[in-house]
Design a protein around this ligand. Sequence first.
Ligand code: ADP
Length: 362
Amino acid sequence: MENPSRLFVTLRFKALLPLVGVLIVGIFFFAGVTLSVKESAREEVIMVAAAGAGAIFAVVVVVLATLIQRPLVELQEKIARVREGDLTVAVSFADRQDEMGDLGRNFNDTVRQLRESREEIQLLHRTQMSKAEHLATLGELAAGLAHEIRNPLAGIAGVIDVIGRDLPESSGGRQVLQEVKREVVHIERALSDLLAYARPRPQQILLADLNVTATLAVELARQQIMSRPIRVEIEECPNLPLVEHDPAQIEQVLLNLLLNAIQATPGPGRVMVSLGFQNGSALIGVKDEGQGIRAEHLANLFHPFFSTKKKGTGLGLSLAKSIVDAHGGRIEVTSVLGKGTEFSLCLPLRKPTTQAAALVNG
Ligand code: ADP
């Protein structure tokens, strides 16, 4: 939009041009008349000329007021209303066919664009809110259901074990039962993930050794590898100070990352957990030599229910992120397709207050 004060000067100059012309012609005419009349009549001529000049001045003032000052005052008032948040305003001189009209149209267009953007943002906000409410209700429902299913499921697993034990070694039914047991374990894991996500247990922060927490997660992960040719190794950080954290929660985060890393490693390979310490924060890296992650998936990894696995719940990473966020930390990922992936956790040595954590995580 053109600068209003510059426009004002241009307009005033343009409006005055014909008037200056009229005045110059008038002065010459007046000088001629004054010189041509007799001495006695000169006074009357001067009086008439003074009255004419007064009238011209009045006309100039009225013209300036109508053409320039009033619109500018109106513009000023409307700008003040926009500043107060009223985006329904429009100036009345936008239909004029001069620069002032251009200014008016520009102003009205800008306010209209602002109004449309604000309406779009409000709509987006309303949609997000109702989506969040919907998800919260759905989450509660799912958590309730998961809770109800878990107990009978444990019963089913027990019965499968008993029947399996009673079957003769050579029975083909044993293999079928093992398959059923695997599916039951899978359902149990999906339900646990869902429950942990929907109803996280209250945080229990301790000042504890993060090396120990990570080692426990690594040992649990090693038990899951079965006979696959994958090594899970840990490089502890001996001079890492104690870190304020919930050991059970961080162990769960690391176990989720380790199981993902193991699942992403199709053949022989190594999964490495390393601990470090930098700028007042503890660092943990979980690195694999697996299939890597597609660039287009990276943005969705931490969204709940995002999974590329046939039997994935898509809750592991979003749960990991919410736990790390609640510790005032950060979780990041780098990946090269076909080469491997590294998840990096950064945890402050002292857990910030809730408010400070919210600021850290934006
Ligand atoms: P789930 O394991 O149930 O799919 P997650 O939230 O743990 O859910 O993981 C989401 C997705 O992130 C996975 O389906 C997978 O595509 C991808 N992913 C996570 N970790 C890795 C990894 N180390 N290597 C390759 N892909 C991974």
